[in-house]
Design a binder for this molecule. Structure first.
Ligand code: MN
Ligand code: MN
Length: 297
């Protein structure tokens, strides 16, 4: 692994997250929220590892702005801003919840307290299942529910979800231990006591990623596939990132071809099972003996 690249990605991700935390987003559109953060990543000399996620209220994750998205952030909203930065493919993944309804301030604190404890525990040899148990305990003790089917994950170069999951609940059965030389994102999500504590896939899909480069026999679709590959490889992308080269109707039509041919996967938004408010906190760390380097601190 390239520790220098991880540290640079982490420093930028952290700065972008903290600026997003301080900003007053009410009155902004989700397009502005996403594009401002992405522009800042690029100005600082890195690239987004995925489109900035700006997921409102009962949407837990995986919403990014559509081209010309005019959805406003309103008073009373709870907005998760999830930021990925990569330097040479080494990814820092971090998130903040901005809360414009004081009713949910404590729930945001619960997710952050759970993350702080998870980070404190994380070192070479820590069992992922122990982290999950700690996250669940803290969120439950503070009066909320963890989202049980969302989890943290190992990261590899150019791969955001690299195969190992760090649960947000106590789970029975086999687990793994954190190792040196591997990066992990830890991301507690919480909802209210009356929530389902699980998310399901919604209808909206606005984050995409290449899964196969096999030619489609449609020249226009193949050209789009090549453009996407040259820019983003297999990392996730948004249609608004391609509007410099394609008008939106044509882009949507060709993307649909690539989805049907299974060259591109469309990621659905993830919605709380009883449509209750969801909050999130996230850091990326590299374990060491006796502690870990939190690259997004
Ligand atoms: Mn994330
Ligand atoms: Mn993540």
């Amino acid at each position: 692994m390239n520790v220098e690249a991880y540290l640079k990605a982490g420093k930028i991700a952290s700065k972008v997250r903290e600026d997003a935390r301080k900003k007053y987003h009410v009155g902004s559109t989700l397009l502005q929220v996403c594009e401002d953060a992405e522009a800042q990543i690029r100005e600082m000399g890195a690239e987004p590892a995925f489109p900035v996620n700006a997921s409102l209220n009962e949407i837990a994750a995986h919403y990014t702005a559509e081209p010309n998205d005019e959805t406003p952030v309103k008073e009373g909203d709870v907005l998760k801003i999830d930021i990925g930065v990569h330097v040479e493919g080494y990814i820092a993944d971090t998130a903040v919840t901005v809360c414009y309804d004081p009713k949910y301030d404590q729930m945001v604190k619960a997710a952050e307290a759970a993350l702080a404890e998870a980070v404190r525990m994380a070192k070479v040899g820590t069992k992922a299942s122990d982290i999950g148990r700690a996250i669940e305990n803290i969120i439950s003790r503070m009066g909320y529910r963890p989202i049980q089917n969302l989890s943290g994950h190992s990261l590899q170069q150019y791969t955001i979800h690299a195969g190992k999951s760090i649960p947000n609940i106590w789970t029975l059965g086999s687990s793994f231990t954190l190792q040196a030389g591997e990066a992990y994102a830890i991301e507690p999500f919480a909802t209210t006591r009356d929530g389902a504590g699980v998310v399901h896939e919604g209808k909206v899909k606005n984050i995409f990623g290449i899964t196969s480069r096999k030619p489609t026999k449609d020249d226009d679709a193949d050209e789009l596939l090549n453009t996407i590959w040259s820019r983003y490889k297999s990392l996730p992308f948004a249609l608004r990132w391609l509007t410099d080269a394609y008008d939106v109707p044509r882009l949507r039509r060709l993307t649909d071809v690539l989805i049907k041919k299974k060259n591109v996967h469309a990621y659905p938004i993830l919605v709380e099972g009883r449509e209750k408010i969801v909050v999130q906190a996230e850091h990326t760390l590299i374990p060491a003996d006796g502690g870990s380097t939190v690259i997004t601190l």
